[in-house]
Design a protein around this ligand. Sequence first.
Ligand SMILES: Cc1cc2nc3c(=O)[nH]c(=O)nc-3n(C[C@H](O)[C@H](O)[C@H](O)COP(=O)(O)O)c2cc1C
Length: 314
Amino acid sequence: MSATRPPVDLATRLGPLALDNPIMTASGCFASGREMGRFVDVGSIGAVVVKSVTVAPREGLPTPRMVETPSGMLNAIGLQNPGVDAWLEHDLPWLVERGATTVVSVAGDSVEDFVQVARRLRGVDGVHAIEINLSCPNVEHRGLVFALDAEASAALVRAVRRVTDVPVLAKLSADASDVVGVARAVVDAGADALTLINTVLGMAIDPVTGRAELANTYGGLSGPAIRPIAVRVVHQVHHAMPEVPIVGCGGVRSVEDVVQFLRAGASAVAVGTGGFVDPYATESLRDGLAAWMADHGFAELGPLVGSTPPRPGS
Ligand SMILES: Cc1cc2nc3c(=O)[nH]c(=O)nc-3n(C[C@H](O)[C@H](O)[C@H](O)COP(=O)(O)O)c2cc1C
């Protein structure tokens, strides 16, 4: 930041969770931090959201698992992770040593799976919050993804809320036909904040072979291609529930993208695919945001958050 710029306060809150700055990592795009440790000081990131953790280790889906698309990528990784016990033993200590604010993304096939992971995390030093990855198929409900159904999402959040003492973020999907309805349901069930959005379901086909390019046929679209969808969802949910803190996520690459999400109603943003392109993104976005705010007369985040008016007539 230039010496002539006035100081800017980047502190923000996600309900009970206080962050030094609003730039977070998105789950699955930062692993558990170690891989990125040689590029950035993980202790200076607003919060590190780790790759979703399940009860038992998972090897993930067959390859190919990633495909490049215009302004984005498709992935079908399948929640590859070492399982919560190994994660607590090998990955969390590294983050704790570096003073990271750690949000543990939790995944599973059933409400009981999520509850078991949340129980294992209870009272563990260095676990600052839980993010519930609602984009998981619910085996007890014909494999329907939790996030598509308000009732199933609320039941899951309620069950996790009961067994945890840290703030709970619920991560929703824009694939839901009524994402505001799902948002209301999970907040009523005890979510302290919302992460908006997970990837958008997509597909790519090899024109010559006619086969799906991903081994899993369908995958999650991420990157700038989904940013306008994510900004719209943040804006819609913010104006429906202005008191609920939101983490905006989807295609963040530049400082201007961050500002769009803040103006739409996000109190923080999470960088996913953008970190693959630029591993220094979290630091450069944090410093760039401070410079942008100083240049545009904002001394703190509050007046920016939700400053874009609601849709006329809504
Ligand atoms: C390779 C990859 C793996 C991901 N893994 C997870 C995951 O384990 N849990 C989760 O909640 N989201 C996961 N996501 C979704 C991201 O956290 C994020 O919501 C999405 O990619 C949109 O943000 P972006 O456009 O900045 O990437 C993953 C995304 C990618 C690209």
